[in-house]
Design a protein around this ligand. Structure first.
Ligand SMILES: Nc1ncnc2c1ncn2[C@@H]1O[C@H](COP(=O)(O)OP(=O)(O)OP(=O)(O)O)[C@@H](O)[C@H]1O
Length: 608
């Protein structure tokens, strides 16, 4: 990262339209200890408080008192934090025509030195002639272009892939927050570049269907019905974006010409990307991607009555918005069209400083769910938050609803400041004793993961370096000084949510699940058929065997009876023969007797 003035200048020289910097380099020969110091330490929100704003009560869930909170603003730490868990705070200076001599970049390139201008516009505490030093992770002067800001502030976060993070742009109205975050079609900001980077990196693994989604902060598989609902809603929303095509071609062309994002080839992972977009307007959370039927008719009007505020809920330490539309996106172009479609519903109004001023805080969410073939599911979440301008009511000359908005904006920014302040105090005291009052505004509730140190925080502070904005800029710089000092505890490493693995394994995607089930049904059917045939075969065999056995038995019985019959017949036959024999023998005997009698008679006659 470039943090020296020479490097910094080289950044500028790489750009085509190099503007002459209005910043004076400080003479490095003047030792710090000889420079004037402020005669008192300044408390953080002394300058932000507006007429009509009530003091926040000390008995809220903060145990710190601002009496004890002092910010060593005069001592700028010249070192660039090397702690990977420290919040990264960058300063970006807007190009202006009227060059101010009140702002100087240190020779190291990461410290902004301020000195009050010599005119009547400065009041109260800032009338002090003391110069003040504000240290940053890097300072971008007006010559630094959008692609360089992305490369330095965001690309390393995206390319790390495993850590969730939150990016905030903070500054006065018109200082370039929206420009830094969203940009224009010819000068795209951080969000379009991040989206292109994410899609390019995962190009070979984007899953074609919305099969996995974060529900109440946990990855869930969608059934066929839910999947069809998501697809329908996606189509409806994308059809509403048809008018945005021309700008998008230019935007994508610009990004592709300025970056060479690489695709990471991973065989065993499916990637599911979901986006959502909200605005916090007058302490109400509105869904900017709600389907067209639920959107207000006139996009340029303020808080139309038909819009319903959504509820922020925490579940097992995870924060989510109840009923928020989350859209499954398959490409950079789809995501950006939806983002720009959502922007048409943001509350804009004209203030005396910025003709197209955001009157709400907007947060664009990108949730990435990765399903590994081992069954592990890992989700990371990126939040891009465009904070509404911190401004003095007198300067913006707001009245009526504009005044209420401004108060709402400043109140949530103050809560944000108090959260950063509490986190900073916990770091200084090396305790976790001070409660970070994240629940005191909708903005801090939604950003609590970053404010409580569960994910990484990047803040880009936007400043319009003109004399007229000097006082407002001082407030912004004090705010950033607090953020810069914060080091969060080690963010939890992504947990392998193996409890999903069994279910996920079974249904890697709805389509695969269908194929799997169909083949399973077919397999079971053929298996059943086979079993039936087998049973039939066995049954047949058993039947044949039993018939055979019975037949055999019958045959045996029959044989037995035949044998018996034969024996009987034989016996009868023998008896008959014996009786006939006796009969014939008797007859023979009788005939012999008869013959003897006749011979005897014949002899007797002869004798006679
Ligand atoms: N670095 C820059 N280079 C070129 N133009 C810029 C730069 N920063 C801001 N601008 C221009 O300044 C104008 C105001 O910027 P932008 O709308 O981003 O301010 P903002 O901080 O978001 O204001 P608000 O809080 O009122 O919404 C825009 O026209 C924008 O294009």
């Amino acid at each position: 990262m470039s943090n020296s003035l020479s490097d910094h200048s080289s950044l500028g020289s790489m750009c085509e339209e190099v503007r002459p910097s209005f910043l004076r380099a400080r003479d490095p020969s003047v030792d710090r200890c000889f420079r004037p110091r402020p005669d008192r330490q300044v408390r953080l929100f002394d300058e932000i408080k507006e007429e009509g704003q009530t003091e926040y009560s000390s008995d809220a869930d903060v145990s710190s008192s601002y009496e004890d909170v002092s910010v060593p603003l005069s001592e700028a730490s010249s070192d660039l934090s090397t702690d990977s868990n420290a919040a990264l705070v960058y300063l970006r200076l807007k190009p202006v025509t009227q060059i101010s001599t009140s702002y100087t970049i240190s020779t190291a390139g990461n410290v902004l030195i301020t000195e009050p201008p010599n005119d009547a516009s400065t009041t109260s505490n800032n009338k002090s002639k003391m110069e003040q030093h504000y240290s940053f992770s890097a300072v971008f002067d007006s010559a630094v272009k959008q692609d360089e800001v992305y490369r330095i502030c965001i690309a390393p976060r995206i390319e790390n892939q495993t850590d969730s993070f939150t990016v905030l742009t903070y500054g006065t109205s018109g200082s370039g927050k929206t420009f830094t975050l969203l940009g224009t079609p010819s000068k795209p900001g951080i969000v379009p570049r991040a989206v292109e980077n994410i899609f390019r990196m995962n190009a070979s693994n984007i899953y074609p269907q919305p099969a996995l989604k974060l529900e109440k902060g946990c990855a869930c598989i969608l059934d066929d019905e839910a999947l069809a609902r998501e697809e329908n809603m996606r189509q409806t929303l994308l059809e509403s974006c048809v008018g945005l095509n021309a700008d998008h071609e230019l935007l994508e062309k610009t990004i592709k010409s300025e970056h060479d994002f690489q695709t990471i080839v991973q065989d065993e992972v499916s990637v599911f990307i979901w986006i959502s977009f909200v605005e916090i307007y007058n302490e109400l959370v509105f869904d900017l991607l709600a389907p067209p039927s639920q959107q207000p008719k006139t996009s340029q009007q303020m808080a139309p009555p038909q819009r319903k505020g959504l509820k922020i809920v925490t579940n097992d330490g995870k924060v989510f918005i109840q009923g928020l539309t989350s859209v499954y996106v398959k490409s950079c172009s789809e995501s950006l069209k939806l983002l720009h479609w959502g922007l048409q519903h943001v509350s804009y109004a004209s203030t005396s400083i910025n003709a197209n001023s955001s009157r709400s805080h907007c947060i664009f969410f990108i949730d990435i769910i990765k399903y590994y073939s081992t069954g592990v599911v890992v989700d990371t979440s990126y939040k891009f938050c465009d904070l509404a301008g911190s401004e003095r009511l007198s300067k913006t000359r707001n009245v009526g609803s504009r005044l209420n908005e401004a108060k709402g904006i400043n109140t949530s920014l103050m809560t944000l400041g108090r959260c950063l302040d509490a986190a900073n105090n916990n770091k200084k005291l090396k305790t976790k004793g001070q409660v970070i009052p994240v629940r005191e505004s909708k903005l801090t509730m939604l950003l609590q993961s970053a404010l409580l140190g569960k994910e990484k925080l990047t803040m880009i502070v936007n400043v319009t370096p003109m004399d007229t904005f000097y006082e407002e800029n001082m407030n912004v710089l004090r705010f950033s000084a607090i953020a810069k000092n914060i080091t969060f505890k080690q963010p939890p490493k992504p947990v392998n949510k193996s409890r999903y693995s069994f279910v996920v394994e079974k249904a890697k995607s709805a389509a695969e699940e269908n194929i799997f089930l169909r083949s399973e049904v077919e397999r079971l059917q053929s298996e059943m058929q086979y079993r039936l045939l087998e049973q039939e075969r066995i049954l047949r065999k058993e039947l044949v065997e039993s018939f055979e056995k019975k037949l055999e038995e019958k045959q045996k019985d029959h044989e037995q009876s035949l044998k018996h019959e034969l024996q009987m017949q034989q016996r009868l036959h023998d008896l008959k023969i014996a009786s006939l024999k006796r009969q014939y023998e008797n007859q023979i005997e009788d005939l012999r007797d008869q013959l003897e009698e006749e011979e005897t008679e014949k002899k007797r006659r002869t004798l006679e």
